[in-house]
Design a protein around this ligand. Structure first.
Ligand code: OTU
Length: 652
């Protein structure tokens, strides 16, 4: 868009650029800057327009973008151009991801590089390495309290190791995802150290207060994220003699984005990592970016403006780099992190589907799909050119993030149902084999979240201990069923490391003082590679799970209806244990019927219930399950579904 005011400001800025920038050949940079400048300027003005130094801050921002563009390698610039041309590249069903800790999955980054064959064996081509930037030894929140954004923690390696692994991955067409913790720094970060020494410039990088007046006003509406270990949202700093805002742990200082210098610093960091060959940046805790008195300081409109601005700037310098929004918030709020408009107000291309995740866990406890159906029905549509990250487990706890309204519509009393789920997963309920742990219990509202690995939560650990082969088979099948959903739902499936070989809870963290009071470490295991070897031995649970996922991935990649183009239709079935949806190929209208039985007993479905105008599953003898390559059992027009079984059906 051409708009006079912003364009004349752009001309001024271009005039003022330092000679070392002006001298460079930056034609692509300038075209993109021109295309995005009106939007960039308007957003920056909304946030910082009332400052006297507004124009200077804008100039600094453009300088950051230009300098990082100059540093961007020719190979990455080539990738940028290719992705600009093929802009839907990340919506293809070919992508399948895994999240892992470099020092949990492997020993360190070097060792991780030697494990790339394993990813290829399974079919993984997107790897999210959990935070690896420098952190204080005993106050790191698993990497989410960064003390140096440009240095890799020596416990896992160095920048060269990362560059090597990034290069190797690129060669093999594997995407690299890294975290940037944008919301807060460690209290040992250089900025915090300077603030502590009394430097006002750096105190303004954070929210600091001389007395409790404002903190107390904030506290009236702010929830506690870690109520047991870090109650309250402010921490007294003795050397500063001030209160500092610490929404998460008391050693994680919230950055003050009301200060444009903070924005430019963080943009510089994002682009620095984009320039190291990172394909996708995971932006941590984005819902918390803007703080406002009187509310929960989550999902504020300004947080969205910040993300649009990050996106606009990143598109100028490194348009091939995508963002993942980590916003574990209410279903209607999550979708807003894709942005309001795919072109004019884009935010993050990818977002965690925390809603689907939580709903899948509900089916595990209830053995039916009532709430799942209800929750997915009410899941708002995504923007175009945006996609979900579908997952079952991750390094965090499971929050029961569906709404009370949906619980009620599914026929339960919300409070009781939530309590039932917590009891079920923490093993307090009679008929449960789940071995979860309650995390972040809040005595004020009886809230809690759940920790534990998939294998332990689903009951496989208990079944193995009992040596009950029937229960072992059922639990294994159950693990496979949940994966069949995230592989077919629409979006990028993200496997949590260790789940592919049935890894159980690990309590060794309790021997480490800095981890002992955070039971999320129970599901952040060190991979036992002897156990992983069992994936090659027929009849082991490792082999059963691994080979099922391997097959699913192989098949998924070939089903173009599994690409994510808002091409899913939910099907209403009378059998409450079943969940079904159609995926429709946008090119040729081919249909795939995904159906799962969430019960531990046989269930059946009369195919006349699937009434699609395009493809007749009803009265059709020629139905094939694409996963197994076989025709499922049909009795008259009744499809038979064994316990925890799934089908990806197509007609031929
Ligand atoms: C994120 O978590 C990280 O994934 C956690 O590992 C960190 O502890 C946390 O940020 C602080 O850096 O902010 O938007 O239920 O889901 O804390 C959601 C707890 C977050 C997490 C929540 C989350």
């Amino acid at each position: 868009m051409y708009e006079q005011i912003s364009h004349s400001i752009l001309n001024e800025i271009l005039d003022q650029l330092k000679p070392e920038i002006k001298e460079q050949e930056l034609s692509h940079f300038y075209t993109r800057l021109g295309a995005n400048f009106y939007s960039l300027f308007s957003l920056f003005q909304k946030l910082y327009g009332n400052r006297k130094d507004f124009k200077l801050q804008l100039l600094k921002l453009v300088e950051v973008m230009a300098r990082q563009y100059i540093l961007r390698s020719p190979e990455l610039k080539k990738t940028d151009l290719a992705r600009e041309k093929d802009f839907n590249w990340f919506l293809s069903p070919k992508w399948v991801g895994m999240t892992l800790y470099a020092d949990g999955f492997a020993d360190n980054l070097k060792d991780l590089q030697s494990k790339i064959d394993y990813f290829e064996e399974l079919g993984i081509n997107l790897i999210h390495i959990m935070p690896i930037l420098e952190c204080p030894r005993n106050a790191s929140d698993g990497g989410y309290a960064v003390s140096n954004y440009r240095k890799i923690d020596e416990r896992v390696g160095n920048l060269e190791d990362l560059q090597n692994i990034a290069q190797e991955m690129k060669k093999r067409d594997i995407l690299l995802v890294l975290d940037v913790v944008v919301n807060h720094t460690s209290n040992e970060h250089e900025w915090a150290e300077k603030a502590r020494q009394g430097n006002q410039t750096y105190q303004d990088y954070y929210y600091t207060f001389k007395n409790r007046d404002i903190p107390d006003t904030f506290e009236k509406n702010l929830p506690d994220i870690f109520p047991q270990t870090a109650p309250g949202n402010f921490t007294w700093d003795e050397s500063m003699k001030k209160w500092v805002m610490t929404v998460f742990n008391n050693y994680q200082w919230d950055l003050n984005y009301q200060n444009p210098a903070v924005f430019s610093e963080m943009l510089d960091i994002l682009l620095f990592w984009a320039n190291q060959g990172v394909d996708i940046l995971r932006l941590d805790a984005v819902a918390f970016l803007w703080k406002k008195i009187g509310g929960s300081s989550q999902n504020e409109p300004e947080a969205h403006i910040l993300l649009q601005l990050f996106k606009d700037c990143c598109q100028v310098t490194a348009p091939g780099t995508l963002f993942i929004a980590e916003a574990i918030v209410a279903p209607v709020e999550i979708v807003k992190y894709f942005g309001e408009d795919a072109i004019n107000a884009k935010e993050c291309e990818i977002a965690y589907n925390a809603t689907l995740m939580a709903l899948l866990w509900d089916t595990v406890a209830t053995k039916n799909a009532k709430l799942l159906k209800q929750g997915i029905k009410n899941l708002p549509d995504k923007l175009e050119r945006a996609t979900w990250l579908n997952y079952i487990r991750c390094h965090d706890d499971i929050g029961l993030g569906f709404t009370d309204e949906d619980i009620a519509q599914a026929g339960y009393e919300p409070k009781l149902h939530r309590q039932f789920l917590l009891n079920y997963f923490s093993g307090k309920f009679d008929h449960t084999a789940a071995r979860g742990l309650l995390f972040a219990q809040n005595p004020k509202n009886n809230d809690a979240r759940i920790s534990g690995t998939l294998t332990s939560l689903i009951g496989l650990e208990t079944a193995l201990e009992e040596g009950n082969s029937e229960k072992i088979n059922l639990a294994t099948q159950h693990i496979i069923l949940l994966h069949s959903m995230i592989f077919s739902f629409g979006g990028i499936p993200l496997i949590y490391y260790g789940d592919e070989i049935g890894t159980i809870n690990d309590f060794s963290y309790m021997g480490n003082l800095s981890k002992a009071n955070d039971n999320r470490w129970a599901h952040r295991p060190k991979i036992d590679w002897k156990k992983a070897q069992l994936r090659k031995i027929a009849g082991t649970i490792e082999q059963t799970i691994f080979s099922a996922l391997q097959q699913m991935i192989r098949v998924r990649k070939k089903i173009s209806a599994f690409g994510d183009f808002n091409n899913r239709e939910l099907i209403n079935l009378s059998n409450l244990h079943l969940f079904a949806f159609l995926r429709i190929d946008p090119n040729n209208q081919d249909h795939v019927l995904v159906i799962g039985n969430f019960d531990g007993n046989y269930q059946s479905l009369n195919l006349s219930e699937i009434d699609t105008p395009m493809v007749r599953f009803n009265d059709n003898e020629n139905i094939k399950d694409l996963y197994s390559g076989e025709s499922p059992s049909l009795f008259k027009n009744e499809l038979v579904l064994p316990p925890f079984c799934f089908y990806w059906l197509s007609t031929y």
